[in-house]
Every structure is written in structure tokens, then in C-alpha cells.
Ligand binder design. Sequence first.
Ligand SMILES: Nc1ncnc2c1ncn2[C@@H]1O[C@H](COP(=O)(O)OP(=O)(O)O)[C@@H](O)[C@H]1O
Ligand SMILES: N[C@@H](CCOP(=O)(O)O)C(=O)O
Length: 293
Amino acid sequence: MLTVRAPATSANLGSGFDVFGVALGTPADVVRVERAPETRISITGAGSQYIPEDPKQNTVGAVADALDAPAHIKIDKGVRPSSGLGSSAASAAAAAVALNALYDRGLSREELVPIAAEGEALVSGEAHADNVAPSLLGGFTVVTDDDVTQVDAQIPVVACLPEQSVSTRDARGVVPDSATLEDVVDTVGNASTLTVGMTRNDPELVGRGMNDAIVTPRRTALIDGYDDVREAALEAGATGVTVSGAGPGILAVCHQQDQREIAGAMVDAFEDIGIDCRAYQTHVGEGARLYRD
Ligand SMILES: Nc1ncnc2c1ncn2[C@@H]1O[C@H](COP(=O)(O)OP(=O)(O)O)[C@@H](O)[C@H]1O
Ligand SMILES: N[C@@H](CCOP(=O)(O)O)C(=O)O
């Protein structure tokens, strides 16, 4: 039996749609695997009642298929599905690391990225790798069609998860087909600023580089209370706030000393409109970790 803990992630960071992602210190999924003639899945934990155990519909089943590695797979969900915190990706990344080791496939973490992304294709319609890459590699990742670049960053964040669900598949449906040159130029500038901020561990630059006028405005409309929560977080000292992944999670970047106040402000702002939420006071963290029992 092998066990892997794979972290939640926050994709896009505003200006890096389908490109940027960060691993979060908490929450995480824990996946246990043992060899079996055919794949069987059992699920416990956060939101497990909404996740299919059929391997043809579960991200870990797609990974087992891609690695030709049938197994009994037990998933303990720390990351609620349809969260914007890479729930489906955390399971897929954990399964990729676990099954790669269980069957001695010898693939590197980078080589596991497209395999874990097969799970994302299953649930969201496209094999976007911006959640599985940071869950596998940790830190801040930049994915392109055929490559992934990673940097270890130490940035404090608050990931606020309201009691609402937004499916990534639905949220991809509102993404515009085209953008003006002016918006593209702005976005390139912001994305570049954010990347420099990650390499310098500078929350000011990262926060400033999160603005995006192309995808994010379409998605905020799907999240009840988004504008109020964003405003509250900025007033409490956040250096930048945006939709986490496809939502409804909201990500605030900050300095360590402001983290607690920002988390409280975001929770209060959601509560003011009658929505419960959980705020993870965490940081950009490590990737999937393998334990041999
Ligand atoms: N192992 C898994 N973990 C979480 N969700 C899964 C898993 N396998 C399949 N799903 C399905 O994926 C969808 C959630 O994924 P998605 O919409 O991308 O949200 P998230 O942002 O939380 O990853 C749900 O329909 C869920 O049933
Ligand atoms: N780039 C994807 C990221 C989806 O992240 P998730 O955590 O909501 O699954 C997108 O924006 O569609």
C-alpha cells in the first residue's frame, strides 16, 4: 500500500488563465493505492457524496487508465469538489504519483503532468494542466502546450471557499472567444509583473499582477458576493484578490502580518449576505508527497 498527499491548488491567478497555478499548504487530498486486477475506487471526506466512484467518471480512474496501472484506490477528500481549489486535480495528481511508484513506471513529476491532466479532461472537457502541475511540483508553475516551468515561492495567501458550487465545465462556458489587443497587452504586462513577484517572493508585485480584464469579469458574475468580498479583503490589506480557478473560491495574496485580518474580513463579508464560507490561511506550498507504509 502506498499513500500520497497532494495539495489543493489555485489556478489562473487572474492574469494567467490556463497557464499559472500555485500549490497551497492546505487543504489536501490523501490517496492510498494497492495493486488489483481492475480499478476500484472508494471515497471519503469533504463532498465525497458528490463524487462518482465509477472509474470512468473519476479523475483517478483516468490516471489509472493512462498509466495502465489498475488498483484499489481510496481517496480521502480534503478539497471539496467544484471549489475552484483544484479538487479534481488534487486527486489526479496524488493518483499519478502513487500509481507511478506502485507500478515502478519511473516517470518524473514533469512527465506525470499530462497524465494527471487526463483526469481534468474527463471532468471539465479540456486537459488544462494548471492545477495538476502545481499539485505535482509545488510552488508556482507556468504551463504551456508542451512544457512546465516551476519556481518555489513563499507567498502568504487566504483561500476563501463559500458554500456555493461552480463547475469548472460551466465556468469555461463563459470564457470569451476573443479579446481586444488593449486587453491582451494589459494582461501580458500583469502576468509578467506577477511572475517577477513570484521569483522575488514579493506579495506586492504578485498582487498587482493579478488583474485581468478578459476572463475574470465574466466569472465573477457566477459568484454571489464576489465584489463585496474582494473589497473587504483589499481594505484589510490584501495586495491582490481574484477568482481562484473557475470559482467559487476567492484567492487573496497578502503579507503574513495581514493574513488573519483578511481572512476575517472575507468571512464576515460573505456572512453579511447569508453565505457560510471557510477561509484557509495558508501559503504557496509543496507538491505531492509520497509515503511508503
Ligand atoms: N477525484 C475527484 N475529486 C473531485 N471531483 C471529482 C473527482 N473525480 C471526478 N470529479 C468530478 O469533478 C467535478 C469537480 O471538478 P471541478 O468542476 O473541476 O471542480 P474543482 O475546481 O473543485 O476541481 C465534480 O463534478 C466531481 O464529481
Ligand atoms: N484554468 C482552469 C482552472 C480551473 O480550476 P478549478 O480549480 O476551478 O478546477 C479554468 O479557469 O477553467
